[in-house]
Design a protein around this ligand. Structure first.
Ligand code: APR
Length: 241
């Protein structure tokens, strides 16, 4: 399987990459649907919703501050680095990530779009202004942060049931439609609209490679499904290009 993926990538001039939480797992950041994703017995799906924030904004912020602390201390891993090397080799390259952790950028990826926002930004519910937020450790506080306009700030991420940024989505689709190869890595492939990308790429004639610890709904659609750790498989691909 790895050799087949290497052969495909060697022939590729344009590469579209979709990543999810699995690519940051080896940096010590809990994924959303694996067993380590629980916080105080809440799952991400309990807390990452507009409803949860309406009911208890302080609780949701407490969870985000916990995640920010973990992410701030984390380092990009060999999978993030291998994608930088792939970007450098390709004539054209776009990385679409569902992650909000900034680790691709810290590793050095340049042509990257964040589909679900950034954990290090906050947005005012009232005036919609956005702010860099949480890059430095936040003081422990029980009340949610506020904007100078008096509005409550929320994390500038996309929650379940919310619209994704349409400009980013359309830019990703446009690139994906013309890419020779699509590489999907570390995503369970159950969250829309990213879950639509394997089928979309197939319809547009791309060759698709998937790297994941376990089979996903995309595994039946892709040309090559490699089961394994992103931090091991991606460097093995890059070394042989
Ligand atoms: N290497 C490769 N794959 C891995 C690794 C690893 N080291 N560790 C875990 N995985 C796989 C898991 O097997 C799982 O299939 O990564 C996938 C992670 O899936 P999710 O936790 O569902 O994360 P993701 O697909 O990114 O979730 C999508 O859902 O909660 C929302 O907005 C949140 O962006 C997130 C979106």
């Amino acid at each position: 399987m790895i050799q087949k993926a290497i052969d495909i990538l060697k022939k590729s001039r344009s590469l579209f990459v979709l990543t999810g939480a699995g690519i940051s797992a080896e940096s010590g950041i809990p994924t959303f649907r694996d067993a380590d994703g629980l916080w105080k017995n809440y799952s991400a799906t309990d807390l990452a919703t507009p409803d949860a924030f309406r009911k208890d904004p302080a609780l949701v912020w407490e969870w985000y501050h916990w995640r920010q602390d973990i992410i701030r201390c984390a380092q990009p891993n060999t999978a993030h680095q291998a994608l930088v090397a792939m970007e450098n080799r390709m004539e054209s390259f776009l990385l679409l990530t569902q992650n909000v952790d900034n680790l691709h950028q810290r590793a050095g990826s340049r042509n990257i779009l964040e589909l679900h926002g950034s954990i290090f930004r906050a947005r005012c519910l009232n005036c919609r202004a956005t702010y860099a937020y949480g890059i430095e450790k936040m003081p422990d506080t029980v009340s949610p942060p506020t904007c100078p306009c008096g509005g409550i700030l929320r994390p500038d991420v996309v929650w379940f049931g919310e619209m994704i940024p349409q400009d980013i989505w359309h830019a990703a689709l446009a690139f994906c439609a013309t890419a020779d190869t699509v590489l999907i890595c570390g995503t369970s492939g159950v969250v829309w609209p990213a879950a639509a990308l394997p089928g979309y790429a197939q319809e547009h004639g791309s060759t698709i490679i998937e790297i994941n610890l376990e089979p996903t709904p995309a595994s039946n659609v892709v040309d090559v499904a490699i089961k394994g750790r992103a931090g091991k498989i991606l460097p093995a691909l890059v070394e042989n290009l």
